[in-house]
Design a protein around this ligand. Sequence first.
Ligand code: AMP
Ligand code: ZN
Ligand code: FE
Ligand code: FE
Length: 275
Amino acid sequence: MNENGTFRADLHCHSTYSDGTFTPHELVKHALNSGLNGLAITDHDNVDAYGCAKPLADALGLMMITGVEFSAVHKGSSVHILGYGFKADSICIRELCSKHAERRLERNAAILHNLEKLGMPLLQEDLKEFSSNESTLGRPHIAQAMIKKGYVLTLQEAFKNYLGEGQAAFERGDSISVEETIQVIHKGGGVAVIAHPHLLKNQHLEHDLLEMPFDGIEAYYSSMPCYQHQRWIKIAKKKHWLITGGSDFHGAIKPAISLGCSWVPYETFCILSSL
Ligand code: AMP
Ligand code: ZN
Ligand code: FE
Ligand code: FE
């Protein structure tokens, strides 16, 4: 329990193994300093932070469950899927991570090619200093390299003008489906949750996803407007799905979001930790 006697677990944050700026060890310490009792690190498309953070979390008394945020595509739209409670050594989860690593490598090369044509050359090498994990380099790292070279002033400018969906340098890369992603998470012994549902592109996408075999919805999320909380909680209850939540903390690249600003109570954390 924290000093207010309330158990709080943040189930969505990123480490230096994807596009966060805190190492897994720093995240564990920061979680405790923020008064959290439980944590899931949900790096994009890889689970490497868990093995690194878990021993320290155990030593310091922070409860941790496995987590991941997989990138998927449905009918041309991007969908983020959170996985929780899968076996840390699951082979099928690791295989999907490897598939994403290949996808990212090809896609980053295509984005860098587009940037070169636009007069903003960058090398793969230029991206490496922004992550401890070469296999999950992506657009936020490219944006940081663009800032360093002086091509843009901010991350937002890089996404708005060049890297965002539909912009001049954007590439999606190979698509991995939502169905395949859910299946792998289930096979790994975990649950699949729709991440930040209020950011879904349109009603058709929302409709299709709600027909799929998900187990939960992330109805508590840092920047989600209040009316959206209510709506997604209602949908989750109707479907008897889990209601999850987390901050989507990324450290310095998204300074407005603090770790623990969204969280789940003990009951939800227990369900996930007992899978
Ligand atoms: P990628 O996985 O390479 O496609 O990059 C996706 C990540 O980029 C997201 O998870 C966010 O962390 C970040 N991102 C997406 N859009 C923006 C934006 N407009 N401004 C800043 N960061 C963004
Ligand atoms: Zn991210
Ligand atoms: Fe996301
Ligand atoms: Fe995220």
